[in-house]
Design a binder for this molecule. Structure first.
Ligand SMILES: CC(C)(COP(=O)(O)OP(=O)(O)OC[C@H]1O[C@@H](n2cnc3c(N)ncnc32)[C@H](O)[C@@H]1OP(=O)(O)O)[C@@H](O)C(=O)NCCC(=O)NCCS
Length: 194
């Protein structure tokens, strides 16, 4: 197996910033490589579509850059908690991708930590994700279904723990329950299988 290049070999530092139009190709490359040739092109197209989807706004699109190259991308889009009496500001984390050569070096962690910080600052109260149940809990995410948050499409019982929520404003979980409505582009059953 080829040894993984260390991102920080040349004393380089990682920068995280919001993406812009010029990052389009770099973001596509990240997802195509991160998710592989079967899933990757579909995820890259999904990101492009989400960035243009009005129902995805407000959104937060972050890129991680090392030596001028985009090595990771994280997107949060608008989520609405419906069937509830209290209005809550929520976002959905999807997708997160890191170039294979840059994985396991903290890029994903820094993107999520920076995203959480920015969302918190802008008043977001809950963040939802359908993802690896062993990865997201380290950032505070917990199983969402059993505490009353229904995903846009039913999650099969065997992967119920992949549907998770992060509480940014203390006291929301337990008080507010409901069904999550995601951006139009994401509202397709194929995106809700883990
Ligand atoms: C998952 C992913 C975003 C993590 O990014 P990363 O920069 O490699 O992660 P970090 O370096 O911050 O963290 C590495 C840790 O996460 C763990 N990890 C990585 N992928 C994981 C997974 N699928 N399930 C559980 N843990 C995982 C690693 O084992 C490592 O654990 P350690 O800290 O105990 O050694 C990246 O591996 C990736 O792009 N994967 C392909 C696309 C994907 O699956 N995206 C997530 C969709 S939910």
């Amino acid at each position: 197996m080829k040894a993984q290049a260390n991102l920080y070999d040349r004393n380089s530092t990682m920068k995280i910033r919001e993406s812009n139009e010029a990052d389009k190709l770099g973001i596509e490359t990240v997802h195509i490589q991160a998710f592989g040739k079967n899933e990757g092109p579909e995820i890259a197209a999904l990101v492009n579509d989400l960035l243009k989807d009005e129902t995805a706004f407000p959104l937060l699109s972050l890129v991680a850059i090392v030596n001028g190259k985009i090595v990771g991308h994280l997107l949060y889009t608008n989520a609405v908690v419906t069937q509830t009496t209290e209005s809550v500001s929520a976002q959905l984390l999807a997708p997160l991708g890191v170039l294979p050569e840059a994985q396991n070096q903290g890029v994903g962690a820094q993107l999520i930590n920076e995203g959480t910080k920015r969302l918190n600052k802008s008043g977001v109260e809950l963040v939802f994700v359908l993802g690896h149940p062993k990865y997201y809990p380290r950032y505070g995410f917990r199983t969402a279904g059993i505490i009353g948050y229904e995903a846009p499409y039913p999650i099969p019982e065997e992967s119920a723990d992949a549907w998770m929520v992060l509480e940014l404003k203390k006291g929301i979980i337990g008080r507010v329950k409901g069904k999550i409505q995601c951006a139009k582009v994401l509202n397709q059953p194929q995106y809700w299988r883990e």
